[in-house]
Design a binder for this molecule. Structure first.
Ligand code: MN
Length: 435
């Protein structure tokens, strides 16, 4: 299962935008990705990086991920939760396509690192997945934006999560894999318990095979397009500013430098980038958290759907649809959601008749079903997301809130249910009016 095979399928179905005209890595590629969001786009001719194709917006649509995994869209979260709980076996093969070309002493400036915004600290790689190994925990794979410093060095934004822990425990060698199948991309976006291998999660989602790096001490997806083999150093450099998922500039921080020793790739390589704050960014970051919330809240009540909403950056706001059996359940669901996704800021819990993929419906439920002196859960001074510009981005202190927008059980339901016109769903407009 490779990115190439998947792109060929999209192309056959007419779902891949191919751009043959020369496109610059400086804003132009990013602007096109934004204009075409959420459609997958393949640039054949990158001005500053001859020899590389570039793909963007690959997983920008839940429908595409559903296709890549062969799972209906409404069952994606359940499928992902299953794969997290039952990771697959990691199959290792020799002679991998991702090592068809081996470049020792590489010059990273020849790769299509992109400029996305004027005030960014440098050109970025946003679709790089960092793989590291720890003798006790095994393999970890996680996304880290990488800012290009010079021909051999990048600075990586590393949050205090798994990779950071691996590094503290002595892991230094890393392999950065670029150009992956959606199953691996989604698996790598999962942050579950340390020691749960994202490589295994990917294997449970699709038949992904792995291969040893040239240095021999790490595994990478055998069919990926490009691998940067390197070492995490103790050197710190300024990372940022960078436009993160909120669409606003994230602050500059001192972060670790990774020194790249070797680049391996397929012949005719396809590089990959994720548009910051675009649909792909929101879906990849958000979906694993939706699965975690789904799983955790299911321990309390019957959960029908969970969405990190697009207006909430696919990260800070969550809508949860439940079928409640007591009036305590919405509040308990709110607390459970905050436990499952610590960056979450606002939660709305709604009844089964609300479509939570429609922001109007969620707002309508708030408008017609809540009295905030009764239905609001307010949690000041909590640890939240470093990405929210209205919070303290250093201490991550923020005020969280949950809204119970469900109909009280004892109430007259008829008062609250949206009235339909008899026949409105079946009526065929084309029979009545010319358009
Ligand atoms: Mn992990």
């Amino acid at each position: 299962m490779s990115l190439r095979e998947f792109l060929a399928g999209l192309d056959r179905d007419g779902d891949l935008v191919r751009v043959a005209a020369p496109v610059s890595t400086v804003y132009e590629a990013a602007a096109l990705m934004k204009k075409l969001d959420p459609r997958p786009i393949l640039f054949h001719n990158v001005k500053e990086a001859p020899g590389f194709k570039l793909v963007g917006n690959l997983c920008a649509d839940r429908g595409i991920i559903s296709r890549a995994l062969g799972v209906p869209e409404e069952r994606l979260l359940e499928r992902l939760a299953q794969a997290i709980e039952n990771p697959g076996r990691i199959e290792v093969v020799g002679n991998p396509p991702c090592q068809e070309v081996v470049i020792e002493d590489p010059d990273l400036r020849r790769l299509p690192f992109l400029r996305f915004a004027e005030k960014e600290g440098g050109p970025y790689l946003t679709a790089g997945i960092v793989i590291a190994y720890d003798a006790e925990y095994g393999y970890n794979a996680s996304y880290h934006r990488l800012m290009l410093l010079d021909s051999r060095r990048v600075v990586a934004r590393i949050l205090p999560r798994h990779l950071d822990e691996y590094i503290k425990r002595g892991a230094r060698r890393v392999a950065i894999t670029i150009g992956n199948h959606p199953a691996f991309m989604l698996a790598a976006a999962v942050t579950w318990k340390i020691g749960t291998s994202e490589l295994g999660i990917a294997s449970a989602l699709a038949p992904i095979k792995y291969a040893k790096t040239i240095s021999g001490d790490l595994l990478v997806p055998a069919d990926c397009e490009v691998v940067l083999e390197g070492v995490v150093t103790d050197e710190l450099a300024d990372e940022g500013p960078f436009v993160d998922i909120t669409g606003t500039y994230d602050i500059v921080r001192k972060q670790r430098v990774i020194e790249i020793e070797r680049v391996t790739m397929r012949r005719d390589p396809i590089f990959q980038q994720i548009l910051p704050a675009g649909s792909e960014h929101r879906i990849l970051m958000g979906m694993p958290r939706e699965a975690a919330i789904y799983r955790r809240v299911s321990e309390i009540c019957e959960v029908l759907d969970v969405k990190l909403t697009p207006g909430g950056c696919g990260w800070l706001h969550c809508a949860i649809k439940i079928r409640k059996k007591s009036d305590d359940e919405p509040r308990m669901a709110i607390e459970a959601a905050f436990e499952a996704h610590p960056s979450l800021k606002h939660v709305v819990v709604v009844d089964e008749d609300i479509d939570i993929s429609d922001p109007y419906e969620v707002e309508w439920a708030i408008a017609t079903r809540t009295q905030l002196d009764r239905d609001l859960v307010l949690k000041p001074n909590q640890l939240g997301s470093s990405l929210d510009p209205s919070a303290d981005q250093i201490t991550r202190r923020t005020c969280k809130a949950g809204v119970d927008a469900t109909i009280p059980l004892g109430a007259d339901r008829e008062k609250f249910v949206k009235v339909k016109i008899p026949g409105e769903e079946e009526v065929n407009v084309n029979r009545y009016a010319k358009r």
